[in-house]
Design a protein. Structure first.
Length: 150
């Protein structure tokens, strides 16, 4: 791992020394500047081409520490984890309108803020459901009968 990291740094430094125009981290998310540019461009593309012009919320679904090693060596199950979160969101929005279609984007992230293995799902969710008629039903601010938790 350290050897690969040093190799990437050496290649990047060589490209900078040769010609600043050819300097690139080759989409490895190694260079913070390039990563930030790509993320901003992707966010703009999502806003322009994918997301409906409605309010959205972000949710994060994380795993308990004892369950994380299972996914470290079985990465193929991260997709199944995503499908589980999609099912939970769909079930939650079915309570609002059974015939409505929720809109969400799910992202798998496998590292935490200390670059430790921490698989979790980020969900960007439209605030409400879309009905077959093409209209949107807003999610209520509070669920009737539910008590707030801290």
């Amino acid at each position: 791992m350290l050897y690969q990291l040093l190799t990437i740094v050496n290649v990047f430094e060589y490209a900078v020394a040769q010609d600043e125009k050819t300097a690139s981290c080759k989409t490895r998310y190694f260079c913070l500047s390039c990563h930030q540019k790509r993320m901003l461009a992707y966010g703009e593309w999502l806003e322009d081409n994918v997301l409906a012009p409605v309010p959205h919320r972000q949710y994060v679904f994380s795993l308990p520490r004892l369950a994380r090693p299972f996914f470290r060596y079985r990465r193929r199950y991260l997709g199944e984890l995503c499908r589980l979160v999609a099912g939970l969101l769909k079930t939650g929005f079915d309570a609002l309108e059974p015939h409505g279609q929720p809109a969400f984007i799910l992202y798998v992230q496998t590292f935490g803020n200390l670059v430790t293995f921490n698989p979790h799902i980020h969900a960007l969710v439209a605030d409400g459901v879309f009905l077959p008629s093409g209209t949107r039903m807003q999610r209520p601010l509070a669920i009737p009968g539910a008590s707030p938790t801290r």
